[in-house]
Design a binder for this molecule. Structure first.
Ligand SMILES: O=C(O)c1ccc[n+]([C@@H]2O[C@H](COP(=O)([O-])O)[C@@H](O)[C@H]2O)c1
Ligand SMILES: Cc1cc2nc[nH]c2cc1C
Length: 342
């Protein structure tokens, strides 16, 4: 087990907590904004810190072997169509990124389509789709290593481009199945405790999806203690890239605002691979997926928003971003109570 990464500056966090107590307000009156402001300040290493200004979002897209097997409410072809919508500025995440001044990068890690007409989007493609995880491994060991390295490289590139905060999002019909399997394997939970309705499946599909996850967990049982083998058996190239991205961001001391079930599943695996990553992450929102709620509890993360979102694409994190900015601004710009004129 590697040694844990250093957390965001504890002395700055303590200074932020003292400043928050001294602001022109009753003690604790900014509620959860106070924790967020202190976390942001500690990540930035300064108190007070400027609010996140150079925010860069990476949406990792891929198809999944299980998506042709009745686990989603939508067909696999939607993944490629939504990559085009994201690139074209028409997807939910595109609208929010534009509104909040966030640079949006979409990467095809494993979409089951030829997207080579989209410059930059498919440069890091690992494969088309993944193995159906209830019958075979999702990835080979070599593909897993490649995808982890791609994620790390992308984080490094985004940080070199000036990111002071990263958002990680996901896109891929069927991806709540591998994400849920990874959460179950990471937590030692049973499939029925964690499987959710994803894009909105009915009861019959929910029972089928639960059976798929059960079979996958049984098939991979002896190998899931190791986080890399867990990714190969139950993950996908897009999920493995997310793990690599989170580890690299935390190693570079750049914080990440998380989205729904997929990025939170990635964080569970990343934390097993490199302890200390979680301290550099904030949870943007609570999604409707039971696996995401359980994973957040295990990781000790309290989400900023709880709006019943289940879109993915980083939309929950992008919706939470103005709240984080508000928290940082309040810590920086409010008067101190002691300085007020009597
Ligand atoms: O972010 C979430 O928690 C979330 C919950 C349900 C669905 N999604 C999105 O919907 C797709 C996966 O849903 P499904 O039902 O096809 O597994 C994928 O593109 C995700 O981004 C996302
Ligand atoms: C239309 C659509 C858009 C999405 N964006 C993320 N996941 C999605 C799933 C569907 C089905």
């Amino acid at each position: 087990m590697p040694t844990a990464l250093p957390p965001p500056a504890p002395e700055v966090r303590a200074e932020a907590a003292r400043r928050l107590d001294a602001l022109a307000k009753p003690l604790g009156a900014l509620g959860r904004l106070e924790e967020l402001a202190a976390w942001w300040s500690a990540c930035a290493g300064r108190c007070p810190a400027d609010p996140p200004a150079a925010v860069r979002a990476v949406i990792l897209a891929g198809d999944h072997g299980v998506s042709s097997d009745g686990v989603s409410a939508y067909p696999r072809e939607v993944t490629a169509a939504m990559v085009r919508a994201l690139v074209g500025g028409e997807a939910g995440a595109s609208v929010l990124a534009r509104q909040h001044g966030v640079a949006l990068r979409v990467l095809d890690l494993a979409v089951d389509a030829d997207l080579s007409d989209l410059p930059g989007v498919t440069d890091h493609k690992v494969r088309r789709s993944s193995g159906a995880l209830d019958r075979e491994d999702a990835l080979t060991a070599a593909e897993t290593a490649t995808a982890l390295a791609v994620g790390a490289r992308v984080a490094t590139e985004e940080i070199a481009a000036g990111a002071d905060l990263l958002v990680v999002g996901d896109l891929g019909i069927g991806n709540t199945t591998p994400a849920t399997a990874l959460v179950a394997a990471s937590l030692g939970a049973a499939a029925e405790q964690v499987v959710g309705r994803g894009t909105g499946i009915d009861d019959a599909r929910l029972a089928h999806k639960t059976a798929v996850v059960e079979r996958a967990l049984e098939r991979a049982r002896d190998r899931v203690a190791d986080p890399v083998q867990r990714l190969a058996a139950l993950g996908s190239a897009d999920l493995a890239a997310g793990v690599g991205l989170l580890v690299a961001a935390a190693r570079a001391r750049v914080p990440v605002l998380l989205d729904g079930i997929v990025p939170v599943a990635e964080l569970l695996v990343a934390e097993d691979l490199q302890p200390g990553v979680v301290a550099w992450c904030a949870a943007g929102h609570r999604s409707t997926e039971p696996a995401q709620r359980l994973a957040l509890e295990k990781l000790g993360l309290e989400p900023v928003l709880d709006l019943g979102l289940r879109l993915g694409e980083g939309t929950g994190a992008l919706t939470a971003l103005p709240v984080l900015r508000s928290a940082a601004l309040l810590l920086r710009d409010m008067a101190l109570l002691a300085d007020l004129a009597p």
